[in-house]
Write a protein that binds this ligand. Sequence first.
Ligand code: XMP
Length: 513
Amino acid sequence: RLLIIDFGSQVTQLIARRLRELNVYCEIHPYQNVTDAFLAEFSPKAVIFSGGPASVIDEGSPRPPASVFDLGVPILGICYGQQVMMQMLGGKVERGHGTAEFGRAYVTPAEARIDLLNGWFLDGREQVWMSHGDHVSAIAPGFEVYGTSPNAPYAITADLSRNFFAVQFHPEVHHTPNGATLYENFIKAAGFSGDWTMGAYREEAIRKIREQVGDKKVICALSGGVDSSVAAVLIHEAIGDQLTCVYVDHGLMRLNESEQVVGMFREHYNLPLIHADESELFLGKLEGVSDPETKRKIIGGLFIDVFQKYANGIDGAEFLAQGTLYPDVIESVSFSGGPSVTIKSHHNVGGLPEKMGLKLVEPLRELFKDEVRALGHELGLPASFIGRHPFPGPGLAIRCPGEITREKLEILRKADAVFIDQIRKHGLYDDIWQAFVAILPVKTVGVMGDGRTYDFACALRAVTSVDGMTADYYPFTHDFLGETATRIINEVKGINRCTYDITSKPPGTIEWE
Ligand code: XMP
């Protein structure tokens, strides 16, 4: 296994991700925990020093133990990791003065080539992502330069006799397009066979959950979304019936959704699951409310109350499970002099852990969405379930602009089901990030048969996106749109007009509220 020593870079997790993509098992440990004893026990096959916000020039700045250089294993230092390596091995690091570099830079090769750079410089130079204030001004004895950039004469250095490599840029980020190749070459040099899989991640995650939870009880708000579902199934596999899930049913789910979710987890997975059917409560409190923010606040507040009520009924629960993903963690990274991050509480249960005195179990904290899906697959969750489009916590409430009524929800559910059925039938579901119907707060006049109708209008929404932050409308064919509109108007009583929303995000948002 490979050890990543974390000096607090915002992108340390990306190193782990690059390595996982190469099927190499690695663990990230904060530098404070990496002692001589730790190294001896961990016995890494290779070590990577992450970047970090500190300056090696400052007294007391983060260091690995000097013994790491005596392990006889390959080491790769990145950014701050490079500087720490140079400083400790006899080189020199100086402060900026016009040599700070942030963002895109181009590295050109030195005359001599090394295996670490196989596949690099095919077009003469490589784009890399820099983010440093200090710079190395003299490399340590034994090191040679293999790549330079205008502001980083020592952009790529190595001591081949010891298999030590040090780069000033971040090969793990997207903006270093050929960075993965560099990692691939590094792990080859370290002798990894690349046979580690999501199956192994599952085993490791289970071991960690058992270690953290012991014989205590865990509660989990299961929404039926991919993240909370994968987290719940994984935790259940680790600790069995020490886990209880609560499915808060706010009456704002799609057609048959609650039955399907509850049924699947109870029957298929044997999960101890409480179906908290509180739709009367939610819909009652939402009566007459049309302001979007008020709706969201009412739903969020009630969700917490309801979850707490059911959780209080579970004796001795000490942990709250959450499907927090790595992007949720990076968004809220805050540095307080070291690699410590504050957690962004999940929007649904934010504040709950403190209020209820619960500790968090977050087994997906290191994963990206597509890795969660891979893990779900590994856990045997059905493919159709893993590939589901995202669905917002406040549910259909925010797809029903204006006042929410049971009648409107009923109509919306049916229209939505027809739209999704159309998308599936045409094989488009997986090309689309999210698709849904919004029922509009207007009635319009139509004619059906020989009679006049006066029914609701609806809007279809389907977008492509990578992360939900930006989005574009999906370019359905006119035939598809025509056929879908006809089906909805014919099959769903209460709707007599259909529009297609072609707003991108920005300036629009994906949901209507
Ligand atoms: P917007 O509408 O902001 O949505 O473009 C971006 C993505 O976030 C989802 N969304 C939510 N998800 N709770 C959630 O869990 C919410 O309150 C919420 N609001 C929006 C939305 O469905 C889309 O995928």
